[in-house]
Ligand binder design. Structure first.
Ligand SMILES: Nc1nc2c(ncn2[C@@H]2O[C@H](COP(=O)(O)OP(=O)(O)O)[C@@H](O)[C@H]2O)c(=O)[nH]1
Ligand SMILES: Nc1ncnc2c1ncn2[C@@H]1O[C@H](COP(=O)(O)OP(=O)(O)O)[C@@H](O)[C@H]1O
Length: 210
């Protein structure tokens, strides 16, 4: 069984599972951040990037078309299905999954290189991928980002305005499945405030559970 921690904010605004010990970061740590579409994963991971520039953030490949504000090679590597299948066959993906009609995967080599260099690495991926990472790399820490409420999640997803109605429906169907699996994760962080959630995530990355 995995450690079970809920990183609720304490009176100091820090996570209550234990204070991080300076200098004792698990340098080889791989952290997986999952959570339903629209919960704020990109927002929180973006804030984490500002808080700790030393962390390596994986850039996934996807067959999903780029949104207008997305930059190839920065948000994702946008590739076609033939290239995706080729990467799967060649074993170039650490994990991969289909989500709401598109394929997503984590390029293996950059993550392994970062960890070998002693850099902590973060993957922002959905549930099936998180399960694959858990099976392949049992030391990885899995964190699920949770919405303050279902209504807030729906509001954020529709308010973002990046998807057509059918894609929103597909994401909400996946969201129910993802939230039902929250108990499988090592920790859950409620994203009520982006900066606070990013701080809690960083605390989790820097703390060894005993
Ligand atoms: N398994 C897996 N999931 C990924 C990967 N990259 C992104 N995802 C997840 O795929 C889902 C859909 O991502 P996206 O199309 O960007 O939509 P959004 O989450 O609504 O912004 C999200 O849960 C992402 O975390 C990956 O490399 N592997
Ligand atoms: N703590 C928060 N409070 C209010 N709105 C938020 C919060 N976190 C994210 N959002 C907004 O919710 C929407 C979805 O966030 P996003 O980071 O794209 O989610 P995800 O990557 O999980 O799909 C965006 O419009 C974002 O600005």
């Amino acid at each position: 069984m995995h450690d079970d921690h809920v990183a609720a904010a304490g009176p100091t605004g820090r996570a209550t599972h234990g204070e991080p010990v300076p200098g004792q970061r698990s340098r080889r740590r791989l952290t997986v951040v999952s959570g339903p579409s629209g919960v704020g994963k990109s927002s929180v991971v973006g804030e984490l990037r500002r808080l700790d520039p030393d962390v390596y953030f994986s850039v996934s490949v996807t067959t999903r078309p780029a949104r207008p504000d997305e930059v190839d090679g920065e948000h994702y590597h946008f590739i076609d299905r033939a290239m995706f299948d080729k990467m799967v066959r060649a074993g170039e993906l650490l994990e991969h999954a289909e989500f709401a009609g598109n394929c997503y995967g984590t390029p293996r080599e950059p993550v392994e290189r970062a960890l070998a260099e002693g850099r902590p690495a973060v993957l922002e991926i959905e549930l099936q991928g998180a399960r694959q990472v858990r099976a392949a790399m049992p030391d990885a820490r899995l964190v699920m980002l949770m919405p303050p409420s279902w209504e807030e999640l729906v509001g954020r997803l529709t308010g973002r305005g990046t998807e057509e109605e059918a894609a929103v429906e597909a994401r909400l169907a996946e969201a129910e499945r993802e939230l039902a699996a929250a108990g499988e994760f090592d920790a859950r962080v409620v994203n009520a405030d982006v900066t606070e959630a990013a701080r809690q995530l960083l605390d989790l990355m820097n703390t060894d559970f005993s």
